[in-house]
Design a protein around this ligand. Structure first.
Ligand code: SAM
Length: 304
């Protein structure tokens, strides 16, 4: 949430508006008959919410994969508890190793060392494969890309370079800020011997490349230059009970009444089907058409 856009008097979501862990679990249960196999806990910053391991424990007991995306500011301390609760994997956001570039991009005083310690703790607690997300912005952090590849080579950590997206309205996005993945790959190939690696699943959003000597892999998420709307199977539930069928949606479907109601899980499943079966979102494939003037949900609200 850029400070210069949201300001110090921004009204945050009141705590009473947040779904309880029990309500989140019921929602996830309602998705199981629809083929749900994986849940990612994101944010905002998910580890700021007290007792996230308790949520992980509830969800992992449902027999699905549980992943978490975090800025790692609180990960070192929480990694053992999260692992014990049944968390499978962690993705950490890290856009630069250079302290100044990192500080300016995250607009916070969290030191790079803290993030690296968090990644280390995730590795030590088997929360892998640990992935690092680096959003690349032209003129801001592209020089950090080779440094990140060097740093994590041979560690088992997979760095994924994400094209800077026009999520929300407050990040001041313009197409000139996007560096296409293919151009980044070309630059990296001057320095590293990278070979294409097999895709793990059709819904995998990253294109995988491996160091030819087996010392690790990297990935590219080309959401702007090569949109993958056709293969997207992600539904997003906001902290206050709205269901979003696209990261770029103008609004969510308000399911609060049915989530708060202590009724049959089957009724919630039917409500989700009603929303999902009408889904027509192909925003990234239509980018630059008329939809670019519509309101859009902020990344800080929906979590990437
Ligand atoms: C919004 S964050 C939320 C979770 C957590 N607070 C964190 O920092 O990882 C989720 C992911 O979205 C990515 N992201 C944020 N803004 C983006 C943008 N404009 N384009 C592409 N990815 C973005 C971040 O790098 C991060 O990995």
């Amino acid at each position: 949430m850029p400070r210069n856009r949201f300001g110090e008097h921004h009204t945050f979501l009141p705590l009473r508006a947040q779904l309880s862990f029990e309500e989140i679990e019921r929602f996830v249960r309602a998705c199981l008959p629809l083929g749900l196999t994986k849940v990612r806990i994101t944010g905002g910053e998910p580890l700021l919410r007290p007792n996230v391991p308790a949520l992980v424990q509830r969800l992992s007991a449902l027999g699905i994969e549980i992943a978490l995306t975090t800025n790692a500011s609180l990960l070192k301390k929480q990694a053992p508890l999260l692992a014990e609760a049944g968390l499978d994997r962690v993705t950490v956001s890290l856009d630069a190793l250079d302290p100044q570039t990192h500080a300016s991009m995250i607009d916070s005083a969290i030191p790079v060392e803290t993030v690296l310690e968090g990644i280390e703790a995730a590795l030590e607690n088997d929360l892998g494969p640990v992935k690092v997300n680096c959003v690349v912005q032209r003129g801001i952090n592209e020089s950090e890309v080779p440094a990140l590849v060097h740093h994590f080579r041979g560690t088992g950590v997979i760095v994924r370079f994400i094209e800077y997206m026009d999520v929300g309205r407050t990040n001041g996005w313009s197409p000139e800020q996007v560096i296409p993945s293919m151009s980044l790959l070309g630059e990296l190939q001057r320095e590293f011997d990278l070979v294409p690696a097999e895709q793990t699943s059709p819904s995998d959003v990253a294109t995988r490349w491996a160091h030819s000597d087996g010392s690790g892999e990297i990935g590219f998420i080309s959401s702007v230059s090569e949109p993958f709307c056709g293969g997207c199977v992600r539904a997003r539930l906001s902290a206050d009970g709205h269901l979003f069928t696209c990261l770029f949606a103008s609004g969510g479907h308000d399911l609060r009444a049915i989530i708060h109601d202590d009724g049959e899980v089957e009724d919630m499943t039917n409500a989700i089907v009603a929303v999902w079966s009408r889904r027509m979102d192909i925003y990234s494939e239509m980018r630059s058409s008329d939809t670019s003037s519509l309101p859009r949900i902020e990344m800080s609200y929906i979590g990437g």
